[in-house]
Design a protein around this ligand. Structure first.
Ligand SMILES: NC(=O)c1ccc[n+]([C@@H]2O[C@H](COP(=O)([O-])OP(=O)(O)OC[C@H]3O[C@@H](n4cnc5c(N)ncnc54)[C@H](OP(=O)(O)O)[C@@H]3O)[C@@H](O)[C@H]2O)c1
Length: 381
């Protein structure tokens, strides 16, 4: 049970600043806006693992010997519930970044209920796949279950989580009733036609009013071009890993393409996953070791001092000024408030300093090809 008496919540008006949300276009309800900073809800630790353990509770389907997918291990859910409550009730955040493959929708619903914040004030983003079957019927059925688990009659933004069903590094292939998506039948399987069949289900869900907008995640330009070529409505959003270090790993081109096509880019892992990820230090073109985290990059630290903000705020503000939304994950109320304060107490990073951050870009996939974003089909770029 979350203690509701310790903290003061932020007033409703404190979350509405002029640039605190991005309008959505393409397959989105007219005038729909998405809060620019959301709370990441993947990676909340699993069974006997501390909060923040990576990969998240539920990244691997919990399958028993008879092939059944089991509920998430204890611990994951309570972390999620507490984070949702803290974000909504104490920090005043309004967007939640969920996914079916995080296996914690029920805990998200509990956190929402505990917060006392009205559903109509909350922007819920969720995702279908990749550890659940895609294709036409499975996408529709999956969404019905997501709605039930979240205890809501609509989702504000539904994304296709990955352009393929198999998460890189994982061997489990979820069953699907769509022959186009059935990888074990090479005579009917087509990666591209599976994507388009899934997308047509997304359009159907949107047309039925069950989701207020639809989008994709981890799609590169080729995947987006397929939708254009098929003459289908374009996604309103594409969510990809996006931070200064991976900016040149396909992101700069992707951002330009998305902006040209009115697709709002959303940054996941915006802080470079400091609890799990180290980055190579490149000096005069040569790797010289690893930074502990992106938050400890000397340029980011020095800019934090200059602007009298935290390192996380420098990274999130850089993303925001590029016109990209973000959803940092946090279990820490002070961090949550800091992350929202890039909108509530806005500041402007000047052009020279924006370039200094952009120039931190390195080819992370070349130096560290095992990173999951770099491996396997459907990876970026
Ligand atoms: N679409 C996809 O395929 C995909 C893939 C990966 C992730 N995501 C989404 O993106 C979300 C975020 O990405 P991520 O979890 O990979 O990494 P991330 O947000 O870059 O990093 C999370 C870490 O940053 C710390 N943190 C947050 N705010 C901070 C602050 N102000 N100062 C210092 N540290 C701070 C958190 O610790 P504290 O708890 O201590 O604050 C946590 O350890 C996920 O939860 C998920 O919703 C989507």
């Amino acid at each position: 049970m979350v203690n509701t008496h310790i903290h003061h919540s932020r007033s409703k008006s404190s979350v509405a600043t002029p640039d605190s949300s991005f309008p959505l276009f393409n397959a989105a309800e007219k005038n729909l806006k998405m809060p620019a900073v959301g709370l990441g809800l993947g990676f909340y630790g699993g069974n006997n693992e501390p909060y923040g353990t990576y990969p998240e509770c539920g990244a691997e389907p919990h399958i028993d010997s008879s092939g059944h997918i089991n509920p998430p291990p204890p611990g994951c859910g309570s972390n999620t519930e507490k984070a949702v409550y803290t974000w909504l009730h104490n920090a005043g955040g309004r967007r939640l970044d969920c996914a079916n493959s995080y296996y914690n929708h029920k805990s998200v619903a509990q956190g929402i209920q505990q917060s006392g914040v009205d559903r109509s004030e909350i922007f819920i983003l969720s995702k279908v796949g990749p550890t659940f079957g895609l294709g036409f019927n499975d996408t529709i059925n999956q969404t019905m279950i997501i709605l039930q688990e979240l205890q809501t009659s609509w989702i504000d933004l539904l994304l296709v989580h990955w352009p393929i069903m198999v998460h890189p590094h994982e061997t489990y292939i979820p069953p699907t009733s769509d022959p186009l998506c059935n990888v074990s039948n090479p005579s009917t399987y087509s990666e591209k036609n599976c994507r388009l069949s899934t997308w047509s289900a997304m359009v159907t869900l949107f047309n039925r009013g069950l989701v207020r907008s639809i989008g994709v995640s981890n799609y590169n330009v080729t995947h987006l071009q397929e939708i254009i070529d098929a003459g289908m409505p374009l996604p309103s959003v594409n969510q990809v890993s996006f931070n200064p270090y991976n900016y040149r790993t396909g992101r700069a081109d992707l951002l330009e393409f998305c902006q040209k096509n009115n697709i709002q880019l959303v940054a996941y892992s915006p802080l470079g996953v400091p609890d799990a990820r180290q980055f190579p230090v490149v000096h005069e073109g040569k790797p010289t070791g690893m930074h502990a985290t992106l938050l400890q990059d000397p340029v980011i630290i020095s800019l934090a001092r200059t602007y009298e903000r935290t390192e996380a705020q420098i990274l999130l503000r850089w993303i925001h000024q590029l016109g990209v939304a973000s959803n940092p994950r946090s279990m820490n109320e002070i961090h949550m408030r800091e992350n929202l304060d890039i909108l509530l107490k806005p500041f402007t990073i000047n052009n020279d300093d924006m370039m200094r951050i952009t120039n931190l870009a390195q080819d992370t996939c070349e130096v560290d090809p095992d990173w999951y974003e770099c491996v396997g089909n459907g990876s970026l770029p």
